[in-house]
Write a protein that binds this ligand. Structure first.
Ligand SMILES: [Zn+2]
Length: 126
């Protein structure tokens, strides 16, 4: 069963400081199901579990993230978790072509429900 957390906090320049909140268990559509939590200005992204060790963004994750970034016109974190391992990605409009969405794996630390993450390197096209 997929688990999902929203990440509420601040996104300042290259840095995200967030807290994983509203833990829910459900279907793959958990994120869209709780959309009213996602449109909050405090929401800087979300984290969800994958059923396998592959914690790269799935085609569904890419589609979902592109929609949210375009729809709300801001960057979002996408955390993917398997067991005790979590990777965080940032999806955002590409600087060189604002009509395209890019993504980037973040350097991050997680202390309990607190996430500190930093964007570095060049975005790949989502
Ligand atoms: Zn996923």
């Amino acid at each position: 069963m997929e688990e999902c957390w929203f990440v509420y906090g601040l996104h300042i320049w290259r840095y995200f400081i967030g807290l994983e909140v509203y833990h829910s268990k459900g279907t793959e559509s958990s994120v869209s199901f709780l959309w009213e939590k996602a449109i909050s200005r405090l929401c800087i992204g979300w984290c969800h579990t994958h059923p396998t060790k592959n914690i790269l963004p799935s085609p569904t994750d890419h589609r979902t993230m592109r929609s949210w970034v375009k729809g709300l016109n801001r960057s979002f974190l996408c955390g993917i978790r398997y067991g005790s391992k979590t990777d965080y990605y940032c999806f955002r409009r590409l600087k060189e072509d604002r009509s395209k969405i890019g993504y980037n794996k973040l350097k991050h630390h997680r202390i309990g429900a607190v996430v500190l993450a930093k964007i570095y390197g060049k975005d790949k096209v989502s």
